[in-house]
Structures are given as structure tokens and as C-alpha cells.
Design a protein around this ligand. Structure first.
Ligand code: SF4
Length: 87
């Protein structure tokens, strides 16, 4: 796993670019944006991964997007109706 670059450990916690970072949540497991820093895992895109999962999936999750994008690509019923109309 990649390391979190430019992060630093402060009295308040792990900081990156002025943001205090919270560790990733369980649902982040497998995401390409997870970075390791001092044996904890953080998100390279968001300081607080928990909020990215409130009310749905994280819109930057690389491990979920691939699956849902493939599922959304073709709705077989609609595709066949569309094809039938075109004829
Ligand atoms: S991009 Fe989303 S899913 Fe991936 S590590 Fe960050 S918060 Fe978690």
C-alpha cells in the first residue's frame, strides 16, 4: 500500500495540508485512495472518510465505482426496447 506523503504527526493527530485526518472506515477497505501513515490508514482525498459514507457510498471510492459503473452501463430491458424502436 502507498504511504501518505507530506503528512505530519502533531499533538492533535495526523495533519495534512492543514487538515486533521481521521482514519479510513471499514468500507474504504480496497479503495485505491487508502494511504498508510504510522500504522494507520488514511484517505488521500478526504480528511474525514466517515462523512463520505454518510447517506450512501463514497463518490470517490475506486473499489465500488468500478462495480456499479459496470452495472449501470447496460440495462438489458431498456437496451432491447431501444433496439426494437430503432427498427
Ligand atoms: S476515496 Fe472514499 S472510499 Fe476511498 S479511502 Fe477515501 S473515503 Fe474511503
Amino acid at each position: 500500500m502507498n504511504l501518505l506523503e507530506n503528512a505530519s504527526k502533531t499533538a492533535e493527530g495526523v495533519m495534512l495540508n492543514g487538515f486533521l485526518l481521521s482514519p479510513v472506515v471499514e468500507r474504504c477497505a480496497g479503495c485505491d485512495r487508502v494511504r498508510q501513515f504510522e500504522s494507520q490508514e488514511f484517505c488521500s482525498s478526504y480528511p474525514d472518510p466517515t462523512t463520505k459514507w454518510v447517506g450512501g457510498r463514497c463518490n470517490f471510492a475506486t473499489h465500488i465505482k468500478a462495480a456499479s459503473a459496470a452495472a449501470a452501463k447496460v440495462n438489458p430491458l431498456k437496451a432491447s426496447k431501444r433496439a426494437a424502436k430503432g427498427r
